[in-house]
Design a protein around this ligand. Sequence first.
Ligand code: SAM
Length: 217
Amino acid sequence: MCNGEVISIRRDIDALFRGAPWPLRALATLRPFICPFEEVLKEVPARASALDIGCGQGLLLGLLARRHMIASGVGFEANPLTLGIARQMAQGQGFNTLSFIQGTTPDQVPQGPFGLVMMIDVLHHVSVKDQKSLFLAAALRVAKGGRFIYKDMAMRPLWCAWINRLHDLILARQIIHYVPFEIVQLWAHEAGLKVMRSESLRRLAYAHELLVLERPL
Ligand SMILES: C[S@@+](CC[C@H](N)C(=O)[O-])C[C@H]1O[C@@H](n2cnc3c(N)ncnc32)[C@H](O)[C@@H]1O
């Protein structure tokens, strides 16, 4: 997949992390080729207050701020080192509507409510016992009429799932735990969210599942 939007996202990421260490910048600029960010961006409601759970180095919030797509953004992230990169990126770019909070547990997630909540490629990194509570915490932060964009790596086809397992073992040094897509949809239902879009997507050898949810007014 290499369309104009993918190239434009890659260019924006490169600009966002110009001051970051080169291996990190290189990996970040390769990400749009294996992760369908363009599909995520398509689903972002106009000028919302955004919460990005497991925001990593702030790539998505940075993209949204650079494109003037959100009114404000809060990143919630477990890893203080990646959070440092996110803060540096926001400061370097003059994005003073972005802030970043460190935490791991559902009760530490900022209360909101938010017009946009995102959880992108996070759940498979969370321990099995904490997956449901973190997902529900995210869902409960969605304001009435607001949107929750969830994307994660898929368990099927198996060969793609194993390539991603290897990827995460090498890059994140972590054994990951996939959550079946049907289970995530059950949790969304339990949290009172309505499914607006549910789709499987493939980028090279990486299989993804995208879920766009809304809290009815
Ligand atoms: C693969 S990265 C994705 C980062 C970002 N969402 C993106 O798409 O660029 C997964 C991130 O989730 C974070 N994470 C995992 N468990 C978490 C938790 N319980 N609370 C907050 N962040 C968590 C990890 O530290 C990591 O930065």
